[in-house]
Design a binder for this molecule. Structure first.
Ligand SMILES: [Zn+2]
Length: 145
């Protein structure tokens, strides 16, 4: 009988959960019950329900990248349009453009980060590693199959 590694056993005891649903809700990608965050954007060290260690998670600048590309640029375009079309005074930007920027850029960060971390767990994404293989055969030697 083959013995499985503890992490392999623990991972197989849980159903495969949708990384999108878990991440958007900020829940543990393995059990779907525990909290992923320990604050607004700070990841908890581990799941309080199943004990999954979140040290594998490294979304880096991913959430900020998606927010900049898909939300921040349209909000800035709104501010530019307001300025070019109506030449509004600065206080109008303060009560229109600034809230639009804050409301559209800050709230999506958390669900995006959760989704990226849950996807990293689901797809077992990690940094690439070099694997040492047998040295190449010497020239003139017979290939082995
Ligand atoms: Zn969990």
């Amino acid at each position: 009988m083959l013995a499985r590694a503890p992490t392999e056993t623990a991972a197989q005891d849980y159903p495969k959960l949708s990384p999108f649903e878990c991440g958007i809700r900020g829940r543990c990608p393995r059990c779907g019950q525990g909290h992923l965050f320990n604050g607004f954007l700070t990841l908890a060290p581990r799941c309080e329900v199943c004990g999954l260690d979140y040290s594998f998670a490294d979304p880096a600048d991913g959430p900020a990248f998606f927010v900049i590309c898909f939300v921040c640029v349209p909000a800035v375009i709104f501010g530019l349009w307001l300025e070019v079309a109506f030449q509004v005074p600065y206080w109008v930007h303060l009560i229109t453009t600034l809230p639009v920027l804050l409301i559209t850029c800050i709230p999506p960060l958390r669900p995006l980060k959760g989704w990226l971390v849950a996807s990293q767990y689901y797809y077992k994404a990690e940094e690439g590693r070099l694997i040492m293989v047998d040295p190449p055969a010497a020239p003139g030697s017979a290939p082995h199959n």
